[in-house]
Design a protein. Structure first.
Length: 249
C-alpha cells in the first residue's frame, strides 16, 4: 500500500477548515440543516487523518486502501451495533453495567471485522493487522462520537457549545482511545496467527480492556493524558515490532 507521506496532514488541515466553515455557517445562519454535516466532520476528521498517518509509516503493508475503507465503515457499524445490543441486554439482566463489562464488550466488538479480514482474505502480513485494527477503531470512534454529539445537542436543547465540546474532545482523543486499543489488539492478533503466540494476544487484549475501563471511569484531564500516552506507546511498540516481523509467503 503506497501513499503520500504527508497525506494525513493534508487531510487534517482540509478537514479542519471544512469543519470550521460548516460550523460557522450553522451558527451564523441558525440553519439546522448544517447540523448533520457538522457532526460528521467533527467526528470523522481526526480519525481519518490518523488512519492515513498510520498508513504512511514505512511498514510492509499488503492491504489496499479499499479494504481499509471498508474495514472502517463495517468496523464502525458492526462494532457499535453489536456493542450496543450486548450492552443493552447485559444491562437488562444485571441492572447495572460495570465499566469493565462495557470495555470487554466494545473491545471484542471492534475486533469482529478485523477477524473476518484475517480469516477470509489474503491480507495476513503482521503490519496489515495494525492498519486494519486502527481503521476499525476509527470507524467505531467516529460513529460513537456522532451519537454522543447528537445526544448532547438534544439534551442541551440545541446548545451549539455542548455539541462542539463533545466533537472537539472526543475527536481529538480518538487516536489515543479506540484506535490505539484496537490497533494494538489487531496487531497482536495478526502476529499470533503467524507465530502461535496467543497468550501475548490475550495479554494485549486485557491491557486494552483495562485502559478502556480506566478511560471510562477516571473522568479527569490528567487521567486522560496519562492513559492516552500509555495507549499510544503500546500501539507504537507493537507497530515497531511488526516492522521487524518476517513476511508471510
Amino acid at each position: 500500500m503506497t501513499v503520500a507521506r504527508l497525506g494525513w496532514l493534508g487531510a487534517l488541515v482540509i478537514g479542519t477548515v471544512l469543519f470550521i466553515a460548516d460550523e460557522r455557517a450553522m451558527v451564523d445562519t441558525a440553519n439546522p440543516n448544517f447540523v448533520p454535516s457538522v457532526i460528521l466532520l467533527g467526528a470523522a476528521v481526526v480519525p481519518t487523518a490518523f488512519v492515513l498517518f498510520v498508513a504512511e509509516r514505512r511498514l510492509p503493508y499488503d492491504v489496499p486502501p479499499t479494504v481499509v475503507f471498508v474495514t472502517a465503515l463495517l468496523g464502525g457499524v458492526v462494532g457499535t451495533v453489536v456493542a450496543g445490543f450486548l450492552e443493552y441486554h447485559t444491562l437488562l439482566r444485571l441492572g447495572v453495567l460495570p465499566m469493565l463489562a462495557v470495555a470487554v464488550i466494545e473491545e471484542a466488538a471492534k475486533l469482529l471485522v478485523p477477524l473476518a479480514v484475517l480469516l477470509l482474505t489474503r491480507y495476513r502480513q503482521p503490519a496489515d493487522g495494525v492498519l486494519i485494527g486502527v481503521a476499525s477503531g476509527a470507524g467505531f470512534a467516529a460513529l460513537e462520537t456522532m451519537g454522543y454529539a447528537f445526544v448532547a445537542l438534544v439534551r442541551s436543547h440545541g446548545s451549539v457549545t455542548a455539541l462542539e465540546d463533545i466533537l472537539v474532545l472526543r475527536g481529538l482523543l480518538a487516536p489515543a482511545g479506540h484506535m490505539a486499543w484496537t490497533g494494538a489488539t489487531a496487531a497482536a492478533l495478526w502476529t499470533a496467527r503467524l507465530t502461535g503466540r496467543w497468550l501475548r494476544f490475550l495479554l494485549v487484549f486485557v491491557v486494552a480492556v483495562l485502559l478502556h475501563t480506566a478511560w471510562d471511569s477516571i473522568g479527569t484531564l490528567t487521567g486522560y493524558v496519562v492513559i492516552a500516552a500509555v495507549s499510544l506507546v503500546m500501539l507504537g511498540v507493537l507497530t515497531h515490532r511488526t516492522a521487524a516481523a518476517p513476511r508471510v509467503p
